[in-house]
Design a protein around this ligand. Structure first.
Ligand code: C2E
Ligand code: MG
Ligand code: MG
Ligand code: MG
Length: 285
């Protein structure tokens, strides 16, 4: 019907736009159903402490088991969840599910294992996180020091009284903060003072090619040295090779995370991984 209109290209553009909008709206409506229908699940990726050689914590990473499309990763739907405001409810579900899982790890005997949860800037600004977190912690009788919130520099750079207050309330509960993707945003170094955040997660873009890229190594080195002298912890993200792990250890980076140790695992796989890991620490007679 619109063949003759398409000649200037304008209508094609419109149609593409419409299609995008339609897809977007479908995704939003599917996200609502996903929340109600329990289609989200969490995977867990271990963080390895270079000093002790043990897993001290795992990061919860959301996945969506879409009934038609299969498993969808967060990069596809978190931005949509943010723009539609649904991130608040999804984020609440993530916090609750992560606390429940961490309690289960304790019941399996892994008492020291902590869990970290990604909190997007929109979620941090809009939700009463201190109430949500307190509720989940008490739901599962999980000690607050087992929960860590991974926020980005975007949250910190807004530097409003509301953000400061919220962080203070969460810290008062005993919850810890780490800065995710550190080095890629606009850092507010003020937040590195006074133990407002505990850990810097060095972004994987610096880690990925650090064996061949001298500048990446220099940046990682600078971040780790600054963190160490401020008594902040460091976790390097995206470690895929042994040589990278060796380099990080040699410059006294605190911990590493990446495919070299494990990709994100579903809850059953992760428990199996923990047991296998634990067994290898047992003395061999
Ligand atoms: P992130 O928090 O920086 O998580 C790290 C991402 O890198 C994860 O992707 C992880 O699977 C991937 N990764 C880990 N190790 C390696 C490695 O060695 N090599 C490579 N190439 N990649 C590695 P994922 O799970 O797709 O998550 C992407 C982003 O989505 C996360 O980045 C985080 O910002 C966001 N996200 C994930 N779960 C949640 C959530 O529950 N809530 C919110 N708001 N955001 C989430
Ligand atoms: Mg993260
Ligand atoms: Mg990251
Ligand atoms: Mg990221």
């Amino acid at each position: 019907h619109s063949k003759h209109l398409g000649r200037n290209g304008f209508n094609f553009y419109n149609e593409a736009l419409n299609k995008n909008l339609q897809e977007h709206m479908e995704l939003v409506s599917d996200l609502h159903k996903a929340l109600e229908g329990g289609q989200f699940f969490l995977c867990y990726q271990p963080k390895f402490d270079f000093l002790t050689g043990e897993i001290n914590s795992a990061e919860a990473l959301i996945r969506w088991n879409h009934p038609q499309k299969g498993v969808i990763g967060p990069d596809v739907f978190i931005p949509v969840a943010e723009s539609s405001g649904l991130i608040v409810q999804i984020g609440q579900w993530v916090i609750d599910a992560a606390c429940e899982q961490c309690k289960k790890w304790q019941e399996f005997g892994f008492y020291t294992l902590g869990v970290s949860v990604n909190v997007s800037a929109v979620q941090f600004q809009r939700d009463n996180l201190e109430i949500v977190v307190e509720k989940s912690l008490s739901n599962y009788l999980l000690p607050a020091n087992k929960l860590e919130l991974e926020i980005t520099e975007t949250v910190l750079v807004s530097d409003t009284d509301i953000v400061k207050e919220k962080m203070a309330k969460l810290r008062a509960l005993g919850v810890k903060f780490s800065i995710d993707d550190f080095g890629t945003g606009y850092s507010n170094l003020n937040y590195l003072k006074n133990l407002e955040v505990e850990t810097l997660k060095i972004d994987q873009s610096f880690v990925k090619n650090c064996l061949t890229d001298e500048q990446d190594r220099a940046i990682i080195n600078a971040i780790v040295q600054m963190a160490n002298s401020l008594q902040l912890k460091t976790v390097a993200e995206g470690v895929e090779e042994e040589e990278v792990a060796d380099f990080l250890k040699s410059i006294r980076c605190g911990a590493g995370q990446g495919f070299y140790w494990s990709k994100p695992l579903n809850s059953d796989e992760f428990i199996a991984f923990l047991y296998a890991q634990n067994n290898s620490y047992m003395p061999k007679i």
